[in-house]
Design a protein around this ligand. Structure first.
Ligand SMILES: O=C(O)C1=C[C@@H](OP(=O)(O)O)[C@@H](O)[C@H](O)C1
Ligand SMILES: C=C(OP(=O)(O)O)C(=O)O
Length: 439
């Protein structure tokens, strides 16, 4: 967990005064926008992304790909992509290209394999908090596949900053990756793999694998772009070398960003509706209807609208969230307001997210008088009467939305640096106020 911010502004989280009756339009998925961007940047023909999320993480991705030679023309949520002209030789002696990752896991894990396709050094760095996020397995894999990676003295730090220099044509082939710290290690390598001379056979070697739906999402978008992917063997993915089609795609709403709004209906009572809910999706938010039902909500779907209703009574839950750790801060906030105890399991890797989320949640819940203990792979939360106070967010967008959720019920919660939500959801406080009818 990184240090608390000394002088960051505090946002008085509004309490819910009455049951909700709201429609919340949620912008596009971060994970899909950034996958579509990477694939469009290495495609053979131009692409078009409609309903793109315009947030810090996706702007960083577009800027990173532009630095590598793509062009991303952004008009609102309509983004047109001219791919990188791969194979064109970089000017001799040209200095390194600089890529700024911010705190975006998708940028720091998905872009280095693209950089390895160029014959020119690309230097990656990011926020101070990003310099502790795990990268080692990606860097080792890129070396094994034929790129040069400089990440500091003594065999490398395995974190940002680092420099990737590709050989011009990356051979690819067989590589072993321990992805127990992040599924993004797998997704990043798979996304660029159709451009490796021999494609890629990636074997996951670690004891656990988080966020499998996000790997399924990667396979799905690759196939939709005409790439052959064999995922028939557990924990082995094989990507054939070949063309990548530039496509015209529409991004689904970000279901993980819908989570705090839908959860608000359980806390405040009433109903929250999210339009555009996909019929089928690879987003981990697909688990929300089940999770929110188990915690006391009533979930209904009519056409493309998902409606969640609540009574203000929240049930505790015992749940393995390894497939959907993005939802864990929302579930933890709900658990803090529940009638019975909760246990969240399978999420040890969240210690390497934007912040150590297990420590951050336990600290902030405890600060407001709640009881939350870390286990080896999650949290045990025992409801207690809470009081108002400061809720630190550690530059983590999902800590901020979790604080807002607690503040619906607990008077006087002050969320520090709420604008950190701009990582994936600019305008969060306005959306929250509109949902509450106080905008
Ligand atoms: O590939 C992706 O788009 C993501 C994968 C997951 O990462 P981890 O496997 O590191 O949890 C998820 O938590 C993150 O928000 C987005
Ligand atoms: C873990 C997350 O982000 P990132 O893509 O930076 O890993 C997240 O959004 O919950």
């Amino acid at each position: 967990m990184t240090t608390e911010l000394a002088h960051a502004p505090e946002w008085a989280a509004p309490e819910a005064e009455s049951p909700l009756d709201a429609v919340v339009e949620v912008p596009g998925s971060k994970s899909l926008t950034n996958r579509y961007l990477v694939l469009a940047a290495i495609a053979d023909t131009p692409g078009h992304i409609r309903g793109a999320l315009a947030s810090r993480d996706t702007v960083l991705m577009a800027d990173a790909l532009e630095a590598l030679g793509a062009r991303v023309e952004r008009r609102g949520s309509d983004w047109a992509v001219e791919p990188i002209r791969l194979g064109r030789r970089a000017p001799f002696g040209a200095g390194p290209i600089e890529v700024e990752c911010g705190l975006a896991g998708t940028v720091m894990r998905f872009v280095p394999p693209v950089a390895a396709l160029l014959g020119r050094p690309v230097r990656f760095d990011g926020d101070p908090e990003a310099r502790v996020r795990p990268m080692g397995p990606v860097l080792r894999a890129l070396r094994d596949l034929g790129a040069r990676v400089d990440d500091g003295p003594d065999g490398g730090r395995g974190t940002l900053p680092f420099t990737v220099t590709g050989p011009g044509v990356l051979q690819g082939g067989l590589v072993d990756v321990d992805a127990s710290a992040s599924s993004q290690f797998v997704s990043g390598l798979l996304l660029s793999a159709p451009r490796f001379a021999q494609g890629l056979v990636l074997r996951h070697t670690g004891p656990t694998l988080p966020s499998l739906p996000h790997i399924v999402m990667t396979v799905d978008v690759l196939r939709a772009a005409g790439v052959r992917v064999d995922d028939s063997r557990p924990h082995i993915w094989e990507v054939a070398p070949g063309p990548v089609a530039g496509r015209d795609v529409r991004v689904e709403p970000d279901l993980s960003n819908a989570a705090p709004f839908l959860a608000a209906a359980l806390v405040a009572g009433g109903t929250v509706r999210v339009p555009g809910w996909p019929e089928a999706t690879t987003q981990p938010g697909a688990l929300l209807p089940d999770l929110l039902t188990r915690m006391g909500g009533r979930v209904e779907r009519s056409a493309d609208v998902l409606a969640v209703s609540g009574t203000g009574v929240v049930h505790g839950i015992d749940v393995d969230l390894r497939e959907a750790s993005e939802l864990a801060p929302t579930i933890a906030a709900l658990a803090t307001l529940a009638h019975g105890p909760s246990r969240l399991r399978g999420i040890a890797h969240m210690r390497g997210h934007e912040t150590d989320r297990l420590a951050a949640l336990a600290t902030e819940i405890t600060r407001l008088g709640g009881q939350a203990e870390q286990t080896h792979d999650g949290l045990v939360i025992t409801p207690r009467a809470l009081h108002g106070g400061v809720w630190q967010t550690y530059r983590d967008h999902r800590m901020a939305t979790a604080g807002a959720l607690v503040g619906l019920r607990v008077s006087g919660v002050r969320v520090v640096d709420v604008d950190t939500t701009a990582k994936t959801l600019p305008g969060f406080t306005g959306m929250w106020a509109r949902m509450l009818g106080v905008a």
